[in-house]
Design a protein around this ligand. Structure first.
Ligand SMILES: Nc1ncnc2c1ncn2[C@@H]1O[C@H](COP(=O)(O)OP(=O)(O)OP(=O)(O)O)[C@@H](O)[C@H]1O
Length: 586
């Protein structure tokens, strides 16, 4: 038995720190220090303020800075520094509330629209359009007319209406993110939309939240202090930054200094919020440029035609049957047929090859069987059957139920199919809970994980479960992905180029593993590959595809020894490795 050992444990780099590298940008770093410093000082006001904020000293009004009053006194002899420290509290609490509502609504609406799409998206986008069409400040003033001088009501309203802008940003990012392979993998493993959105989409988008949050904080601060200035929030004599500007403005001719101090703090804080937001955005852009930014964008969708015919009856004997099956994509040049009326049957316990050159339609055929075509693709005719159930044209909810538990997928890029944020153990546990037949608590799940990792010949499963994906080698990752696919004991495993990304010795081990799993479990495997050597070595029967059509079908012996189609002959001639596998075919 081939077993694979884990490489030495590496430091986890799974989570990207959005502040990483900020010290290389002195202005951003200084602005962050200002925001943090002023916020901490405001929180610690009872400890830092030299005087009570309302204490008057009428013998020392409008005095300049002194040892007793570091920033001087106001028109009633109140200590300016103490009032600034205490006055920051309602101001920053108001900003904090607005930001909280802004982030929660913006994130939720954006993810729901971007991930669920369809009607949910259309309704949310329409609501966002309405929210964006009315100025948030006007609505806030209207709310203050009802809840007079309520800082809380004003800032909650502001946060809610401003969240429409954030929701739009998050929606666009989510539309791209939902096309990533790890999301496909989560869907394949049978996870429902709620789980995928909270566990896989949300953590990735929180990094994008910081920039708009800082930029919005600057705006919220300006609006909050504006309301304070007008006397609409935080009733006097309680100090607030806006209120202090209002008081200072009344004696501006006589004593401009007070306006300079209160306005200066607001200006400094507001400027710092903006600088931090801009700096973090630049850092994010630098990181994207360094990694080449990897986002797939969907195109416009073609309308699927559910072409069920009355004569299309459940097949007998085969575990997977595809009949008269066509797939098309909407492209800028119009609809493009990429799979054209293909048909094949796979028996239980059989390894069935889908062979052809790049672009011949193998992958899209495999993905379509799991309902995972890109948004601009659709099955335009024919049917697919899993045992006695017609799976083409099934609604998403039904597909979710069968993915992972009836039919599973192993893709060629295991690293992308796994979520880098979570350990192997937690990802396996999630799949097991969703698709596995494990009854019992954590111990039963832990045991099932151990069994699955052992069944894919991974040595030391207890170590593997603690690792993040980037800490494992390609061969180990592919075994982990296979273990995940096995969690629901599927009847059919679709393995799309499972060895392409691996080096030759590791490839042989993974193919051995697939054969032994088929023997042990009696599971059917559809092996998608461009490599005839792999087919010769692993498959029982195969079809050869060229430009979306089947040109040859038969047992592996027939295909290699008695090829009929010139394309098959050309493929065999261009695969030198076949010479070395002929012995096995015979
Ligand atoms: N989203 C898409 N929009 C338009 N055309 C697409 C899309 N996805 C795939 N295609 C096209 O469908 C055809 C079949 O692609 P498919 O990925 O199935 O090929 P393949 O035989 O698996 O080859 P490879 O091994 O290179 O992936 C290709 O011509 C490809 O360009």
């Amino acid at each position: 038995m081939t077993t694979v050992e884990a490489p030495p444990k590496a430091r986890s780099q799974a989570r990207i720190n959005p502040f990483a590298g900020i010290w290389r940008r002195p202005v951003t770093a200084a602005a962050l220090v200002v925001v943090a410093g002023i916020s901490v000082a405001v929180v610690l006001a009872p400890l830092l303020a030299p005087h009570p904020p309302l204490a008057q000293d009428l013998l020392h009004t409008l005095s300049g800075p002194s040892a007793d009053h570091p920033l001087g006194t106001d028109v009633l002899g109140r200590d300016v520094l103490s009032r600034l420290l205490y006055g920051g509290r309602p101001t920053l609490i108001g900003v904090g509330l607005a930001v909280l509502v802004y982030a929660v609504f913006g994130m939720s609406l954006g993810i729901l629209a971007g991930y669920l799409r369809g009607w949910t998206d259309r309704i949310i986008v329409a609501v966002l359009d309405v929210m964006l069409s009315v100025p948030a400040v006007i609505i806030t003033l209207a709310v203050l007319a009802i809840f007079y001088q309520s800082n809380v009501a004003a800032m909650l309203t502001l946060g809610f209406f401003a969240s429409a802008g954030l929701a739009r940003i998050i929606r666009s990012s989510c539309l791209a993110l939902r096309e990533e392979l790890f999301v496909d993998a989560a869907r394949v493993s049978g996870l429902g939309p709620a789980r995928i959105m909270t566990r896989h989409i949300l953590p990735r988008l929180t990094g994008q939240l910081l920039v708009p949050v800082f930029l919005f904080s600057g705006n919220a601060l300006a609006i909050q202090t504006g309301l304070g200035f007008l006397g609409l929030a935080t009733p006097a004599p309680a100090p607030s930054w806006g209120g202090m500007v209002g008081e200072a403005a009344q004696i501006m001719q006589q004593n401009p200094y007070l306006l300079f101090v209160s306005g200066g703090v607001i200006g400094l804080m507001s400027l710092s919020f903006g600088l931090v937001g801009d700096g973090l955005r630049d850092l994010e852009q630098d990181r994207r440029q360094a990694t080449g930014g990897r986002l797939r964008r969907p195109g416009p969708a073609v309308t699927p035609q559910d072409a069920a015919k009355p004569s299309d009856t459940p097949p007998v004997g085969a575990v997977l049957t595809v009949r008269d099956y066509s797939i098309a994509f909407a492209t800028a040049q119009g609809p493009r047929n990429v799979v054209d009326s293909i048909g094949f049957s796979v028996r239980p316990g059989e390894i069935f090859g889908l062979v052809g050159e790049s672009g011949s339609g193998k992958t899209v055929t495999g993905l379509s069987l799991l309902g995972l075509l890109p948004p601009n693709g659709a099955v335009t005719s024919g049917s697919a059957w899993l045992a006695g159930t017609r799976i083409s044209g099934l609604p998403e909810r039904e597909l979710q139920r069968i993915r992972g538990s009836e039919i599973a997928l192993v893709s060629q890029e295991p690293m992308v199919a796994l979520d880098p944020y979570f350990t192997i153990g937690s990802q396996l546990a999630e799949v097991i809970r969703r698709t596995g037949d494990v009854t019992g608590g954590k111990d039963a799940v832990r045991q099932r994980i151990r069994d699955l990792l052992t069944s894919v010949h991974l040595r030391d499963p207890d170590d593997v479960v603690r690792r993040h994906p980037h800490e494992l080698s390609g061969g180990m990752l592919q075994r982990v992905v296979i273990a995940m696919a096995l969690a629901g004991s599927p009847k059919v495993l679709i393995a799309d180029e499972p060895t392409t990304a691996l080096d030759v010795t590791v490839q042989a081990g993974v193919l051995d593993l697939l054969r032994s799993l088929r023997d042990e479990r009696g599971m059917a495997i559809v092996l998608i590959t461009h490599d005839l050597g792999v087919v010769a070595d692993t498959c029982d029967r195969a079809i050869v595809m060229e430009k979306g059509r089947i040109v040859e079908e038969g047992s592996v012996e027939d295909i290699f020894y008695r090829p009929r189609h010139p394309y098959t002959k050309k493929l065999i001639e261009s695969t030198p490795s076949i010479a070395t596998t002929e012995g096995r075919i015979a």
